[in-house]
Design a protein around this ligand. Structure first.
Ligand SMILES: C[S@@+](CC[C@H](N)C(=O)[O-])C[C@H]1O[C@@H](n2cnc3c(N)ncnc32)[C@H](O)[C@@H]1O
Length: 210
């Protein structure tokens, strides 16, 4: 699927979610289960929450969750998801465009799972800002695509940054952080129409030194 990279981001993501089913997998991102499950809960900010499965999971693990997204339709689906799970009053969902600034506050966890966009998006600068909002002892957890599944909008021959390049692109002072994971991790995934395939995630899990 070819996307016009100059398309307005709000229009792109609205159309994306309007065409999508409100149904969700009901499962959290693999990175959360792997790197957050055993952490003491605190305050969490989710960037680009989509249909809300991660926010729901986090709140059920005891986290106080704020979750933002650009798309009002995604947020409607996420609110409905939270309501189905009986946690609607425990998650603060908000429409927010990260290109216009960063949400207020500092957090014990900032999670950005596949916060990626084929239209205008200053991803590395946004994730650099996110790192500045992680409290001492807290975690920045980022997952991005490291391969092209058949159902993706990306081009099949796309070259992805290595994990180290993805880390370097964040432009952080490495001495401030414990590297919990800077690696590619494979997993079985299901596409929007039920397609199955192995995908590679580039996972960056950093803990800010206390
Ligand atoms: C690839 S989706 C990932 C959604 C979800 N985290 C997941 O893993 O399924 C990227 C998400 O980022 C959101 N997004 C894109 N640009 C954004 C922006 N400028 N500000 C806030 N959210 C944005 C989109 O609306 C979309 O929900």
């Amino acid at each position: 699927m070819k996307v016009d990279p100059n398309m307005d981001p709000v229009d792109f993501w609205q159309q994306h979610y309007e065409k999508a089913s409100p149904e969700t997998s009901g499962r959290p991102s693999a990175g959360l289960e792997r790197f957050v499950k055993d952490r003491a809960p605190g305050t969490a900010l989710e960037l680009g929450c989509g249909k809300g499965d991660d926010a729901v999971w986090l709140v059920k693990q005891g986290w106080t969750v704020a979750a933002i997204d650009l798309s009002e339709t995604a947020l409607d689906y996420a609110q409905a998801n939270a309501a189905r799970n009986g946690v609607a009053d425990k998650i603060t969902f908000a429409a927010h465009d990260l290109m216009t600034g960063f949400p207020d506050g500092k957090f014990d966890l900032i999670t950005a799972q596949f916060l990626e966009s084929p239209v205008v998006f200053e991803r590395d600068a946004i994730l650099h800002m996110a790192a500045n909002r992680v409290l001492p002892g807290g975690m920045l957890l980022i997952a991005s695509h490291g391969s092209v599944p058949s159902w993706s909008w990306d081009y099949p021959d796309k070259v992805y940054p290595t994990p180290q390049e993805a880390f370097d692109n964040l432009n952080l002072d490495a001495s401030d952080w414990n590297r919990v994971c800077v690696d590619n991790i494979d997993r079985m995934a299901t596409g929007p129409k039920g397609e199955k395939g192995t995908v590679t995630d580039t996972v960056i899990a950093l803990e800010r030194k206390a």
